[in-house]
Every structure is written in structure tokens, then in C-alpha cells.
Design a protein around this ligand. Structure first.
Ligand code: UDX
Length: 451
């Protein structure tokens, strides 16, 4: 079938490439001419494993095309996916201007029945607003045409987006219209063969499902970070506690890793937006607000540990950072804990020497020629002569470390590990001071302080 996708960001591009790969004819529309020109040449603006090959292959076979023309895009597909950005506005609510602009554009150019599919993460009630915007535009043109609006939230993890799209746990579609169900079933048929994954529900429930999923996952992380902070102060080891509770199938092992806080383009934004929605309807969402507050505090924990290690004085210190991306297998630094750390270090007069396997370009783009930032080409280059090593992202390549050698290379033997990668005893046996998350640390175990 013919499908149009508005927005060639992360979600739009993955959706477009995967649907084309399943045999559909897909046209992706974006107003950014430069981006569309690059995409036509097979150049992908983001780092996502497998995506470039998938785009290139489907462009070559003519199943996937790109355009900047709204008229052409609206005419192309019966299904019109909206996958444009919904950035937070000043108070943290989702800004719908791009979504509504696409809706108006569809209303302006359509000349036959369309199903408009909200793919972007949008507040509950947005499908009604999209419906209204299209209806008003059509009325302005003085034409009457049938159309439906449904909600089809994405559940894609960066770094595993293609796998999540093609082998996801569920495909949620919010609609009451039978013909929408038929068309969406046809659209997803290639990815719905082995087991029934399609879940049809009313539009508002589908919209809320997306927020509830992300808020639940963020809650698990903030909960575990709270337990880690308690463990640290109570002389317990959160890694033992994690294994202890995860073994209960009602709790499970997934998403209970404590660390330096969650980041990325979804959790922080979505928890905040759901909380703002709650406030707007006069129901303060206390738990969501706490999830957000705990995460903010957690992102500051690496800096707090460094300060503790250096008796509060970080001026002139050189801090090596391993990992800048908000998680492994992506170059995305949105809301990354590394950013909170670097900014706090600079404010305290320290210098940063950083390495990330994928996010170096992104870091340079964000911070430019910052006087107190040196980006190096290898993890080991970052530590030589540095006063401390901080691990912000759990890239696989950081897991194997020769601690004796590290001790030689660091000017002061301090490791702050925001991802609990190592066995504390092994690190301490090599003579290093080790500050992990929720596992006690070298200071309250009577190991000499760093100077
Ligand atoms: C998330 C959701 O998983 C996905 O379903 C949704 O569509 C978009 O948001 P993503 O932002 O790509 O995906 O990242 P994810 O892998 O979920 O990790 C989010 C953050 O949580 C990362 O900063 C990660 O480091 C942190 N995290 C995750 C923890 O701190 N502990 C955990 O146990 C798991």
C-alpha cells in the first residue's frame, strides 16, 4: 500500500524505512531541503545501527522516496503518518505546533479519503485537535472530504529501533473506525505474522498508553536510584539488592539498573509532559513529579561524588570522562548525564577530557570550541595525567580495564563509576579509590582520601 510519512527525524525515518522494507511504497516528507537532499543520496543524519543500509536498499529498489513537496506527499498515501517533533515548550508541555501544521497541510492538499496517523508522542486529546485542524482547513477550502485520525504510538529504543519496529511487543492503534482498523491491519501485516500484536483501543487510551509506558519505565529507574542512594548510606550494596528483587518475576530484572540518571529524547520529556497534562486538569501527579525530581538529583550525583573525593575543590582539576551519549549504541546526547556533569565541572573551574565511541561529533556540535573541553580519540588517551576518571555511559568497550595500568596513568587514583561496571574489590585492590552508585565507596570504607 502507499504510505506517506511527515517528518524524517528518528521516528519518521525508522518507520518509513521499515514499512518500505516490508514491501509498501513509502514517501517521506520533510520541509528541510538540505536533509531531504542528503537522504536521497542515502546519507542518514542520525546514528542508528542498520538504518543506513535499510534506507539505501529501499531507496535503490524505489520503495522509499523523499520529498519536500507537501502537495505531492499528501496525494501519495492513503495513510498519512505524522512523525514530526513535539519538543517541550517553556513549561514542559508538549509543543504541538509542528503536528498541527502538518494537519493543516493535509487539510489543504487532500482530495480523497485519508487516514491520518499520529505517530509522534502527543498529549491525550491531540487526535481530536488534529481532527479539528483538518476539518477547519477543509471548511476554509469549502470542500467536504472523509478522513479519520488515529493514534499509533511508537515504542522504539534508540540503538535497537529497527528490531523494536520489526519485532516489537505490541502495535497499539487507537481508533473506533472499522475502515481504519482494516487499513492499519494491512499496513502492519508483514510485522504481525507470527503472533497477534495489534491492539485496537479508543484513541485516548492509545495516546495515554505511550506516556504510561515511558513513565512506568522512568519510575522503575528513579525507584532503583532512590534505593541505591539509601543503600549507599546504609552500608548495603545495591547490586546485591538488585539481584535480590529482580529474581521475583513480579518485579523482573529489566530496567532496574541504578546509575547516574535517565536521559534521552523520551523519558525526561514524556514524564514532564504527562505531569503538565495532569496539572492542567487539576490532578497533581505526585509520583511523576517525584520521578522527575529524583532523576534530576541523580544526574548531579557524579559531580557530588567527585567533590567528595577532592574535598570540595575541583578548580584546576582535569577530569577524564568515558561516555558522553545518554546510553550506549547511540550518538544522542539529549538530556545525557554527561552534560550535567561537564557543565558542573566547568562551573567549578575544572577541565574535561572526554571520549565516546560515537558521540564525539555531537559533543563538538553542542559545545563547540570550549576552552575546558578536550575531545580525544581513544579512551586510554583521556586518562593519562587526569585527576579522575568518570564513567557516564556503559559502552561495552569500557568494561575491560587493567586497573593497575589505570592507576599508573591517572595523576590521582579516583574512579567515579556512574554505571556500576566493575567489581569494587578489584578496583580497590589495585589501589584506586572507587565511587560507584549505591555500593558504599572508598571514603566510608576507610581508604585514604584523594588529594
Ligand atoms: C525509551 C523507551 O525504552 C522506548 O520504548 C520509547 O519509545 C522511547 O524511550 P530510549 O530513550 O531510546 O527509549 O532509551 P532506553 O534504552 O529506554 O533508556 C532510557 C534511559 O534510561 C537511558 O538514559 C538509560 O541509561 C536509562 N536506564 C535504563 C537506566 O538508568 N537504568 C535502567 O535499568 C534502564
Amino acid at each position: 500500500m502507499r504510505i506517506t510519512i511527515f517528518g524524517t527525524g528518528y521516528v519518521g525515518l525508522v518507520t518509513g524505512a521499515c514499512l518500505a522494507d516490508a514491501g509498501h511504497e513509502v514517501m517521506c516528507m520533510d520541509i528541510d531541503e538540505h536533509k531531504v537532499a542528503r537522504l536521497k543520496r542515502g546519507e542518514i543524519p542520525i546514528y542508528e545501527p542498520g538504518l543506513e543500509a535499510l534506507v539505501t536498499e529501499n531507496v535503490t529498489h524505489g520503495r522509499l522516496t523523499f520529498t519536500t513537496g507537501a502537495r505531492e506527499a499528501v496525494a501519495f498515501g492513503t495513510l498519512q503518518f505524522i512523525a514530526v517533533g513535539t519538543p517541550p515548550d517553556e513549561d514542559g508541555s508538549a509543543d504541538l505546533q509542528y503536528v498541527l501544521a502538518v494537519a493543516r497541510s493535509i487539510g489543504e492538499h487532500m482530495d480523497a479519503y485519508k487516514v491520518v496517523v499520529d505517530k509522534s508522542t502527543v498529549p491525550v486529546g491531540t487526535a481530536d485537535r488534529v481532527h479539528e485542524a483538518i476539518a477547519e482547513t477543509l471548511a476554509g477550502r469549502g470542500v467536504e472530504l472523509p478522513f479519520d485520525v488515529c493514534s499509533n504510538p511508537e515504542f522504539l529504543k534508540e540503538g535497537a529501533a529497527i528490531e523494536d519496529f520489526t519485532h516489537g511487543a505490541r502495535i497499539v492503534v487507537g481508533t473506533d473506525a472499522e475502515r481504519v482498523k482494516t487499513l492499519m491491519r494491512e499496513c502492519y501485516a508483514p510485522y504481525n505474522r507470527r503472533a497477534e500484536k495489534l491492539m485496537f483501543m479508543d484513541v485516548r487510551s492509545a495516546e495515554l498508553t505511550k506516556y504510561a509506558a515511558n513513565a512506568m519505565l522512568a519510575t522503575k529507574i528513579s525507584f532503583m536510584n532512590e534505593i541505591a542512594n539509601l543503600a549507599e548510606r546504609l552500608g548495603a550494596d545495591v547490586e546485591n539488592v538488585r539481584r535480590g528483587i529482580g529474581s521475583d518475576p513480579r518485579i523482573g530484572y529489566h530496567f532496574i539498573y541504578p546509575g547516574c540518571g535517565y536521559g534521552g529524547s523520551c523519558f525526561p520529556k514524556d514524564v514532564q509532559a504527562l505531569s503538565r497534562t495532569a496539572a492542567q486538569i487539576g490532578y497533581p501527579a505526585q509520583l511523576l513529579d517525584a520521578v522527575e525530581a529524583v532523576n534530576e538529583r541523580q544526574k548531579a550525583t557524579l559531580f557530588a561524588k567527585l567533590k567528595q573525593a577532592f574535598d570540595g575543590d575541583l578548580a584546576g582539576k582535569v577530569v577524564a570522562i568515558w561516555g558522553l551519549a545518554f546510553k550506549p549504541n547511540t550518538d544522542d546526547m539529549r538530556e545525557a548525564p554527561s552534560r550535567a556533569l561537564m557543565e558542573a565541572l566547568w562551573a567549578a573551574g575544572a577541565r574535561v577530557r572526554a571520549f565516546d565511541p560515537e558521540a564525539m561529533e555531537e559533543c563538538a556540535r553542542l559545545y563547540g570550541e570550549h576552552d575546558d573541553l578536550t575531545l580525544v580519540d581513544a579512551r586510554d588517551e583521556a586518562v593519562v595525567g587526569a585527576d579522575a576518571l568518570v564513567i557516564c555511559t556503559e559502552w561495552k568497550s569500557f568494561r575491560t580495564v587493567d586497573f593497575a595500568q589505570l592507576k599508573q596513568e591517572l595523576a590521582t587514583p579516583v574512579i567515579v563509576d556512574g554505571r556500576n561496571l566493575f567489581d569494587p574489590a578489584a578496583v580497590r585492590d589495585a589501589g584506586l579509590l572507587y565511587f560507584a552508585v549505591g555500593r558504599g565507596d572508598s571514603l566510608n570504607r576507610d581508604v585514604p582520601r584523594a588529594r
